[in-house]
Write a protein that binds this ligand. Sequence first.
Ligand SMILES: CCCCCCC/C=C/C(=O)SCCNC(=O)CCNC(=O)[C@H](O)C(C)(C)COP(=O)(O)OP(=O)(O)OC[C@H]1O[C@@H](n2cnc3c(N)ncnc32)[C@H](O)[C@@H]1OP(=O)(O)O
Ligand SMILES: Cc1cc2nc3c(=O)[nH]c(=O)nc-3n(C[C@H](O)[C@H](O)[C@H](O)COP(=O)(O)OP(=O)(O)OC[C@H]3O[C@@H](n4cnc5c(N)ncnc54)[C@H](O)[C@@H]3O)c2cc1C
Length: 638
Amino acid sequence: MALLEASKSWQGSAPGSVNPDLASERQTASFCVERLTALLDGGAEQTRIRRAVVDAIESDPVFSRENQYFQTQNERYEAAVRKAVHLQKKMHEMGWTENGPEYKYIYRALSGDVAFLLHRVFMRSISVLGSDKQIAKWIPLATQHKLIGSYAQTELGHVGRSATHTVVFAQLYIHGKCYGIHPFIVQIRSLQDHSLCPGITAGDIGPKMNFEHIDNGYLLLRNVRVPRENMLSKFCEVRPDGTYVRQGSQKINYFTMTTVRISLISDEVLTPLMKACTIAIRYSVVRRQSKLKPGEQEAKILDYQTQQEKLLPQLAAAYAFYFTNDYLQELFNRGYREIQRKNFDMLPELHALSSGFKAVITQHCTAGVEICLRACGGHGYSLLSGLPSLYTKILASCIYEGENTILLLQTARFLIKCFMAASAGQPVPPSVTYLAAVKHGKCPAKNKLDFLSPDIYIEAYQHVAVRLTSNTAAKLQDLIQSGVKKHDAWNQCTVQLVQAAKAHCHYIAVKNFAETVEKLETKAGIQKIMKHLCDLFALHGIFSNTGAFLHDGYTSAAQMDMVTASYLDLLAVIRKDAVPLVDAFDFTDKSLNSALGSYDGHVYQRLYEWAQRSPTNQMSPAYERYLKPLLHNTLSKL
Ligand SMILES: CCCCCCC/C=C/C(=O)SCCNC(=O)CCNC(=O)[C@H](O)C(C)(C)COP(=O)(O)OP(=O)(O)OC[C@H]1O[C@@H](n2cnc3c(N)ncnc32)[C@H](O)[C@@H]1OP(=O)(O)O
Ligand SMILES: Cc1cc2nc3c(=O)[nH]c(=O)nc-3n(C[C@H](O)[C@H](O)[C@H](O)COP(=O)(O)OP(=O)(O)OC[C@H]3O[C@@H](n4cnc5c(N)ncnc54)[C@H](O)[C@@H]3O)c2cc1C
């Protein structure tokens, strides 16, 4: 009866007022929220531009998401196509261009609720793998939506019902010789009437857990002739006489995946977790349940230590991975500059880190969103909370752009190679130089405060990552030396290889967070609160993986008690700033689209009002057909 009980508290709420339980949380912030928002945006000017974009999009009724939770798959698709088409007009009106400062905020402002996502991946493929001539031909057509692109790599393809063109990844054969996977632009539908081109079978794959607004499809090509010039040929080319010419690494043909894996982290993965934290934390200070202290009113559920332990590590992870994303972007920009100069030296490291972090971040954030959902009790399960759709959306990110296990094994392959190279005294890329520095010492922490020292916990993470990699490399070698075939030996090590890859990424995420905090301005309380979050992120990782840290005695059981003590202390400290920390993410109510998470905290009023809009509250034909005869029958017996 939570709704009825709580409904008493909102009946008198004035328009524009904020629920006092939420308002009081904002009065005690230990830092300047606006400064933190600017930090996350990369400066106050970026915040201004972002807000202007959000405002322009949200004030346009075509982009409204008001009834989204009540729409069918077809309705969502149609609305998303309408928005995508309207967006072109809007961009023109507003003077926003693909290269302008506003562009990166548009998708976030639309909350991803727009069709033709894969059109962006299509364009990305051409931009990074196409020759200058191909870019000059295709990119303007794609930018103006004179064609609709998609990306067909996985067997059964993914093209759906909108696309007119696709980039197909297929084996290249010349005179019967296979040259491996290459990207080809293929027209699949008529630009006149949208009918399928000869030899093409394609369609939508049907209902999914989410992404109803995106049409994922199947594609079959039978005797389809693709012109030679349609093979993307920045790095590989087939000359008219059939000669194959390649510049640099064959693996560059996989580069679209690397770029997309990095670019999806922000909008597709971090944003859902940040929104989920915002909703769950705001709700947790509005929702009162049970008595914490005898004789007092019911407590805010965020005051329970267990509730803090659910939500605050997710909040810390959101910040940690926000900074990891900056690290990856920077690495990518450097790597891509070199690749454009046809220097492919950074490609293996870039591939290993983008794959590993894509897997680790999507895994962590998906679990985090689910925790937020469950932490809101029964209301979290309602679509109107906004949490189920965040969850079903983010879950897909563990699968697309490379299923996570496959990606972690890619990272592990790189780690094993580098470990072998480092052990033989050869140079290795910067992110793995630590593998050469195998130490067999013990954790030097003497008390719980020592575990708030980044040097202490970074070294513990490093130790675990080195141990998992070196032990697995040794097992692999032993198996091979004992006569097991290389591929069988690899398969027998894959569970441990996945552990090693995760440990490597976790170590880098912790180290990068600590280094970022170190460089922050000390004014306005920002550095202090970020340090708390960094400590929490690091200690949560140790607390929830105790086996890995205790395994070889690097950390003792007594030290684990110290970790636990510091970790629990931090929960109580960060709890005080929990609401300001999510306010700093600066999501508007429209973008949260949540009855539980709005800025004013009028949870029950919204839940009630939104529920009224549900088509399920209209009289169903089931009444006339089935219930009425049934009940009338009962009536005659009373
Ligand atoms: C705007 C965002 C919106 C989000 C929408 C999302 C829409 C989703 C789209 C998709 O899902 S598209 C499909 C994506 N598919 C994948 O990601 C497949 C995952 N599998 C792989 O990546 C595989 O590695 C592969 C590329 C299919 C190749 O597999 P294969 O078994 O043939 O070879 P491997 O042994 O794995 O690798 C050979 C060799 O190549 C290196 N390598 C692999 N990938 C890359 C890369 N991206 N960059 C650089 N190098 C790469 C790999 O390390 C091996 O090297 P060596 O160890 O042999 O030196
Ligand atoms: C929402 C969504 C959108 C998508 N959009 C596109 C798109 O636009 N274009 C496109 O081409 N694709 C797209 N995909 C497909 C996506 O890229 C693939 O689903 C993904 O790469 C996984 O491949 P798979 O489905 O073949 O899974 P599988 O490879 O069959 O994996 C199934 C299971 O087998 C395991 N497995 C497979 N191989 C190995 C191995 N070597 N070692 C150990 N375990 C293994 C995996 O870990 C997993 O547990 C999309 C998928 C989704 C969910």
